[in-house]
Design a protein around this ligand. Structure first.
Ligand code: BES
Ligand code: ZN
Length: 622
């Protein structure tokens, strides 16, 4: 089963004819033109024909890219950009002179330039960066934005090794191993210098990544470097150097040795729209993880886990995104248990995850398509389906299987699964077969696996059964939340909040407290919300996970005095996880202020974040 090559396209989110062609190697040669805010260059795809149909046409994904020339095997060829089909872009059609026999390769070289409408790149002027000295650019290709950088077969079902030649006046990082000869500093005269990278492990196009700007480097472990703005370097090094290698070792003990050589982290400017992005060799991360307390390094545990789940073993389409994110969340939490010593730590994190799941299901509605483990994305934009569901429902599914067969058994399956699918892509049905096949000679385990109601797990919308988590780390948090709730219902309750209530708590415990309060059937009264903030110094917290949640509690209670803080945060942080709920609540409280705040900050936000907030302001609640 695992070795069969499937030629039917199982990804509905690509316009390429990847059932006829597979990319076997991609080489890009790109100039970063900061003044024009475009990338300009050539991409060469080696494409292999995989059918007997002798196809005379190659269809590639492209979106808002300018195509200047196409050569096939060194000879200029006719091409055509098809009509735009939202949200997928325009297919680039390349006509061949004659049909290409099965198993034959052709080199397709395309001269391209990005345009202002590119959704994968954010360009920042010097004024928009932290030390205001140099411009900055970075890419974010997941899920279907790689096609707006250059034409390619943009599906996670197709993987190829990459070579990068990037010319820039400023230091460059990319999702490949940097060449020794790469310059370490900006060029003195602003001229372009050449940076080379190679990625020998086959990767899908969504893992193509580059960034360039005033970037400095520091070691954070034996195989790890942190890269960020020179003014932030010491803080980032401190934050990450304690845990990165420990996390890598923990992951290796669960799966098998790390296969990518280096594991590095690039800490981006504040407009980076995600917490982290698992670009191979270089995880891209939000600066909000640099909170000065090492309390947000779980984001790194998550992103480095993707080195196995997602990057080595990829979901075949975004409909099976839980295979990437559910597995990664599962590994991330196992790493936490190893590092902190005990399963109560992963259950603690899983409890936080359950409330994120609740939030997502409430927002979509319990019967919504996007609350299923396998979602139907035909004609849809995978970005619209993005939520905690694949992460948390996926995690709960794997956790359920682990408990069903026992951790010892499940731990034997983990390396087998990743070995079997290494450098390949799979869907949920492949996952099912791999699991059942692995245990077929183990009667006791097979019998247990018969209890899995696959259809319900895969296709039923809404909540999965809630696991019985070890609540020891949240019990005191829940007890305090209950006191606040009683306080709200009964003004005469004898509860007097005091700073010592939360003494010795981790930031994540505060997160659980605030999440719990967000789910109270009745919001806190305004005075209580204010009291909560002042007693526990929540307004001032440097940890955005904490302060942003406190702002949500305050907004929900109707505390208008929080507006200034919220507006301030919305001008400083572009991570969608924080931006989305804050706008959602602010729109309810003061839509004019929300609109004004968006207008002021829209150039700061990443194109994807900008589009999301715009949609929200137009009345789309998701
Ligand atoms: N791969 C995701 C980010 C992503 C998903 C980007 C879909 C574009 C489309 C990344 O691994 C991730 O899950 N990041 C999380 C952090 C994490 C600790 C849950 C995030 O950004 O919040
Ligand atoms: Zn992830």
């Amino acid at each position: 089963m695992a070795d069969t090559i499937i030629h039917t396209p199982r990804d509905p989110n690509t316009l390429s004819n990847y059932n006829n062609w597979r990319t076997t190697r991609t080489a890009v040669s790109i100039d970063i033109l900061f003044d024009e805010q475009i990338l300009k260059g050539k991409v060469t795809h080696t494409l292999k024909s995989i059918t007997n149909a002798e196809t005379k046409e190659i269809l590639l994904d492209s979106s808002h890219v300018q195509v200047d020339n196409v050569e096939v095997n060194g000879k200029k060829h006719k091409f055509e950009l098809g009509p735009r089909l939202e949200p997928y872009g325009s297919a680039l059609k390349i006509y061949l002179d004659e049909g290409v026999p099965n198993d034959t390769e052709v080199d397709v070289c395309i001269d391209f330039a990005t345009t202002a409408a590119c959704t994968a790149l954010q360009w920042m002027t010097p004024a928009q960066t932290s030390n205001k000295r140099h411009p900055y650019m970075f890419s974010q290709a997941q899920a279907i934005h790689a096609r707006s950088i250059f034409p390619n077969i943009d599906t996670p079902d197709v993987k190829a090794p990459f070579d990068f030649t990037i010319r820039s006046p400023l230091p460059v990082v990319a999702s490949g191993i940097p060449a020794e000869s790469n310059p370490k500093q900006a060029s003195a005269d602003g001229e372009l210098e050449t940076y080379r990278f190679t990625q020998p492990v086959p990767i899908p196009s969504y893992l193509f990544a580059i960034a360039s700007g005033d970037i400095a480097f520091a070691p954070i472990g034996p195989r790890s470097t942190v890269a960020t703005g020179p003014d932030k370097l010491a803080g980032c090094k401190w934050e990450l150097q304690n845990d990165t290698e420990k996390q890598l070792k923990a992951a290796e003990s669960l799966v098998f040795p790390y296969k990518w050589g280096q594991y590095n982290v690039l800490v981006l400017p504040a407009s980076f729209p995600y917490g982290g992005m698992e670009n191979p060799i270089y995880t891209f991360a939000t600066p909000t993880i640099i909170s000065g307390d090492r309390q947000n390094v779980d984001v790194v545990a998550h992103e480095l886990s993707h080195s196995w789940s997602g990057n080595l073993v990829s979901n075949a389409s975004w409909e099976h995104f839980w295979l990437n994110e559910g597995w990664t969340t599962y590994l991330e939490r196992r790493i936490q248990a190893i590092i902190h010593g005990g399963d109560k730590w992963r259950d603690f994190s899983a409890i936080i995850g359950w409330s994120a799941l609740t939030d997502s299901i409430k927002n979509f509605g319990e019967t919504h398509e996007f609350t299923k483990l396998i979602v139907d994305l035909k004609g849809k934009d995978p970005d619209d389906a993005f939520s905690s569901v694949p992460y948390e429902k996926g995690f709960v599914f794997l956790y359920y299987i682990e408990k069903l067969i026992g951790q010892d058994q499940f731990d034997k399956f983990i390396p087998h699964y990743f070995e079997t699918w290494s450098m390949k892509s799979l869907d949920s049905y492949d996952f099912k077969t791999t699991l059942l096949d692995f245990f077929q000679h183990d009667k006791a385990t097979s019998q247990k696996l018969e209890n899995i109601d696959w259809d319900t797990w895969f296709y039923k919308p809404g909540y999965p059964p809630k696991p019985d988590y070890d609540t020891s780390l949240v019990d005191e948090v829940y007890a305090l939340a209950d006191q606040w709730q009683r306080f709200t219902k009964d003004q005469n309750s004898d509860f007097t909040p005091k700073p010592s209530d939360i003494q010795g708590w981790s930031a994540n415990q505060l997160v659980v407290l605030l999440e719990r309060m967000l789910l109270f059937p009745q919001p806190l009264p305004v005075e209580h919300a204010r009291y909560l903030g002042s007693t526990y110094s929540l307004r001032e917290s440097q940890n955005v996970e904490v302060s942003s949640r406190y702002y949500q509690v305050a907004l929900l209670s109707g505390d208008t005095s929080i507006k200034g803080h919220v507006v301030d945060m919305l001008g400083k942080v572009g991570r969608m996880k924080f931006v989305r709920p804050l706008y959602r609540h602010l729109i309810i409280m003061d839509v004019e202020l929300a609109t004004e705040t968006f207008e002021k900050n829209k150039d700061f936000y990443h194109p994807i974040c900008r589009a999301m907030v715009k949609k929200m302001l137009m009345g789309d609640k998701s």
